[in-house]
Design a protein around this ligand. Structure first.
Ligand code: SIN
Length: 331
């Protein structure tokens, strides 16, 4: 039994991001460096915490300290291992992760995909972030952290979720939609899971029962030999051509041959004829091609006899993660 209602610890893993960012001037919301302040420091003196936590203890661990645009597979692996380790402990009720907003949705989806279902079924992994640095006058990190802790304290919360600006999203649906607003994330057609209001989580839909966990064996493959398959993304656009795909098929010194290619197609998966022909050549050369859409909402709906497999409603960046894991999975 890995869960007890009385579990007394919430583990908070720091990875950097704007939430840990610092700038020379408190009034500067843009000219800052992400990933500067330790997770223990971010949680120190967080207002209202003793009352909210009661006897529950926050335990911190610094897994990385970076701007999430520079997120690397090696850190993902380390993060997945640490999350898995902590979720297995009987006295841990939840794991929280602080992360930069720029690639948060990829990390959330990755964890959702690789954490075994038996670990996701009864405890939450809550990712949170900020759009203003910790040093800013308008810093949103403290409120997001407080809300994420409230989510972690709510019984029945499970799986990988994302909390930003009082809104709770599932790892599957969350997407960064805005470059500057504090409420930068949305869940597209699926909508948010719920809202944190005055420290209480109000769910607006049933908890997602579908847990991925299909790729846990992928993690074992990576841990064994350390290499991730090379999967690239190309986009369809006016004046599309074969140039990028043909170039990607060429050997590139220092890089493994490309094994997968996600195409961010236009609309309902449409492709410029020159790009489509190049993707066919890639497919014939053994590259696995996955078709997603560059539209922010909706999914590619199959006409029945499509040459390239669809990304099952995933955005291009999540489709890339899914394809890498599929290529890695042993089962
Ligand atoms: C980052 O993604 O690490 C920087 C940007 C942000 O957190 O908003």
């Amino acid at each position: 039994m890995i869960f007890e209602e009385s579990a007394q610890k919430i583990v908070v893993l720091g990875t950097g991001g704007t939430i840990a960012g610092s700038s020379a001037r408190v009034e500067d919301p843009i000219g800052y460096t992400a990933g500067q302040i330790d997770i223990a420091e971010l949680l120190r003196n967080l207002p209202g915490m003793p009352e909210r936590l009661g006897s529950v203890q926050l335990v911190t661990e610094q897994v990385a300290q970076l701007d999430s645009k520079d997120m690397e597979f090696a850190i993902w692996l380390q993060l997945a291992e640490r999350v898995q380790y902590h979720l297995k402990q009987v006295d841990v009720r939840a794991v929280l992760i602080t992360h930069g907003t720029d690639t948060l949705e990829e990390t959330a989806y990755f964890l959702h995909a690789v954490l075994p279902p038996e670990l996701q079924c009864c405890k939450p992994v809550v990712l949170t972030c900020a759009m203003r640095p910790a040093s800013s006058l308008e810093s949103d990190g403290p409120q997001n952290l407080r809300d994420a802790i409230s989510v972690a304290l709510t019984s029945g919360v499970l799986g990988v979720v994302v909390l930003c600006a009082g809104t709770l999203h599932s790892a599957l649906d969350v997407q960064k939609m805005h470059t500057y607003r504090l409420d930068a994330f949305a869940s597209g057609d699926a909508g948010a899971l719920g809202y944190v209001e005055n420290g209480l989580l109000r769910l607006v839909k049933n908890w997602p029962l579908e847990q991925a966990g299909y790729a846990s064996s992928a993690i074992e493959s990576i841990a064994d030999d350390g290499s991730w398959p090379r999967v690239e993304i190309v986009m369809n656009h006016v004046g599309g051509s074969a140039a990028v795909v043909d170039a990607l098929l060429q050997p590139l010194p220092g890089y493994a041959p490309m094994q997968g290619l996600v195409v961010a197609a236009t609309g309902n998966g449409s492709l410029h004829m020159a790009l489509e022909a190049a993707l066919s050549r890639a497919s014939q050369a053994g590259v696995k091609v996955l078709r997603s859409s560059r539209c922010a909402l909706g999914r590619v709906i199959s006409g029945g006899n499509d040459e390239f497999e669809h990304a099952n409603g995933l955005t291009p960046v999540k489709a890339r993660v899914a394809l890498m894991l599929k290529l890695l999975a042993r089962d």
